[in-house]
Design a protein around this ligand. Structure first.
Ligand code: NAD
Length: 429
């Protein structure tokens, strides 16, 4: 056994307030008893491999110079290059980026992608800056982290407040600095620049696929299943459409503008059009409205939080009556709420598998960029569905074997894969 860390919270974080990194460390503690002899290597998971903090000086449109703080954390690279998004938000912290990078290691391994985990971020609110300023911030950030990213080293992607355009600027900056086109340095690019078909819908499609697997195990037919969804954007909107097309009854949808309800099932296609025109679900025809407590109290077969983190917590966990909860968002269920809901017999499909469809198609994008040969959308969807089903099956088998929740099982599968790679590689030098 390696020596346990005398101080599991690294010196650069406040040990009293470790933030999201502290939550991640607790999750690792919980799975350690199931890792057998690999537990010898578990300290590896408790320390990010590499942390880069960069200063980003940028001239603003008004001629002044502003400095922004940026991060890129590579949590673990044992199974392949780092993979993970770049977040632009005023609340980005090192602890958050570290935890997100670790959850990317877990997610990539849980779906068996040949990637490690990484994450990046810049602490600023892009809504307060012009497109030209955001482009300059993005390009300088990319240059600063250019020493550790690359198609075989670490591959960023979009996250909160970043998008295909951001990735195009990052790819261009990296390419200019390296003197090579290197499209595979980022994923989530525009299709015109080596992006993949099917990427936009990938996460919602993955949510749908694993929800169907969970429903099959619980003997719930999708046709006629009652479904409620929080978040009707990229993830929730796509999942809702796929359920609707499969004959499920999407009875309630909750977004930032309000909640719409129809006990006989909403017309999801009409609702998507309404959102396109009006920016949200509020006021959609042929719907009733609900308050938040009534939404969470609905009796459903499948509940999908696909908006923000921490939405299911000690305030509403008691209200929830659903047979399957599928985490479309990252971290939508607090650990306390997880215990309350699981104790009622609800199956919780954890985020690290449920929303891994996006990173899976990012993997396809990276593979296509390397070969400069692009697949049809049908091929991509087919491969995505196969990988999501396989990930669900591995997680479910481990849950049955050890009589643990799907979340713990996903961590066992992922940590075992990472530490097997760690062990077989051995320590350098
Ligand atoms: P999005 O911006 O397209 O949609 C977000 C949705 O959440 C919108 O419908 C918005 O109205 C709703 N929303 C925002 N604030 C809300 C509030 N306070 N109450 C209720 N609804 C609210 O975002 P997205 O890409 O669909 O991402 C949703 C979640 O899924 C996030 O947690 C994200 O991290 C996670 N996720 C996304 C992807 C991806 O590929 N897009 C991949 C993995 C995880």
């Amino acid at each position: 056994m390696s020596e346990p860390s005398p101080r599991p919270v690294p010196s650069y974080l406040d040990p009293e307030h470790p933030g999201p990194w502290g939550i991640y460390l607790e999750q690792v503690e919980r799975v350690t008893p199931y890792l057998g002899k690999l537990a010898k290597w578990v300290e590896t998971l408790k320390r990010p491999k590499r942390i880069l903090i960069v200063d980003i000086p940028v001239e603003l449109d008004n001629g002044t110079v502003a400095h922004f703080e940026g991060y890129r954390v590579q949590h673990n690279l044992s199974r392949g290059p780092g993979k993970g998004g770049v977040r632009y938000h005023q609340d980005v912290t090192l602890s958050e980026v570290m935890a997100l990078s670790a959850w990317m290691s877990v997610k990539s391994a849980a779906v068996n992608l040949p990637f490690g985990g990484a994450k990046g971020g810049i602490r600023f609110d892009p809504h307060n800056y012009s497109q030209a300023e955001i482009e300059r911030i993005t390009r300088r950030y990319t240059s600063e982290i250019g020493v550790i990213i690359g198609p075989n080293k670490d591959i960023p992607a979009p996250d909160v407040n970043t998008n295909a355009q951001t990735m195009a600027w990052m790819m261009d900056t990296y390419a200019m600095n390296e003197g090579t086109s290197a499209t595979g340095v980022v994923t989530g690019k525009p299709v015109s620049l080596g992006g993949s078909l099917g990427r936009v819908e990938a996460t919602g499609r993955g949510v749908y696929v694993v929800a169907c697997e969970a429903a099959r195990e619980s003997q719930i037919p999708i046709k006629g299943a009652r479904i409620a969804i929080q978040g009707f954007g990229n993830v929730g909107g796509t999942a809702a459409r796929l359920f609707y097309e499969a004959g499920a009854l999407v009875v309630a949808v909750y977004d930032h503008t309000g909640i719409v309800y129809n006990p006989k099932g909403l017309n999801v296609l009409a609702l998507l059009e309404h959102v396109e025109q009006h920016g949200g679900v509020a006021g959609a025809p042929l719907t009733e409205t609900l308050d938040a407590r009534s939404f969470w109290s609905l009796e459903t077969d499948i509940l999908i939080p696909a908006a923000l983190e921490g939405q299911i917590n000690h305030d509403n966990a008691d209200l929830i009556h659903t047979r399957i909860l599928v985490e479309g968002a990252n971290g939508p269920t607090t650990p306390e709420a997880d215990d309350i809901i699981s104790s009622k017999g609800t199956v919780i499909v954890p985020d690290v598998v449920a929303n891994a469809g996006g990173v899976t198609v990012s993997y396809f994008e990276w593979v296509q960029d390397f070969s400069s040969f692009f697949w049809t959308e049908q091929e991509i969807n087919h491969r995505l569905e196969a990988m999501m089903r396989a990930a669900y099956a591995s997680m479910s088998a481990v849950a049955r074997e050890h009589k643990v929740s799907l979340r713990t099982a996903a961590f066992i599968v992922a940590c075992t894969r990472i530490l097997e790679a760690r062990q077989v590689r051995g320590l350098y030098p």
